[in-house]
Design a protein around this ligand. Structure first.
Ligand SMILES: [Zn+2]
Length: 63
């Protein structure tokens, strides 16, 4: 199959908050409280870890 592209899925993607250098599972209160400008989107858990972000201790986003 030509043109196989890895599409980021909502299930795998993680959103980080730049001010805290942490990333969150969807629906985390800390994430909801963060302004849009502070949010960083990662395609996966490991993408966030590679970006030097730590998992949020509150929502504990797993890989
Ligand atoms: Zn969180």
């Amino acid at each position: 199959m030509p043109g196989r592209v890895e599409t980021p899925s909502a299930e795998k993607s993680r959103t980080g908050t730049a001010s805290t250098r942490r990333f969150h599972a969807a629906g985390c209160p800390d994430l909801d409280a963060a302004p849009t400008a502070d949010r960083v989107l990662f395609v996966s858990y490991w993408d966030a870890v590679d970006g030097d972000y730590a998992p949020c201790p509150r929502c504990k986003p797993g890989p």
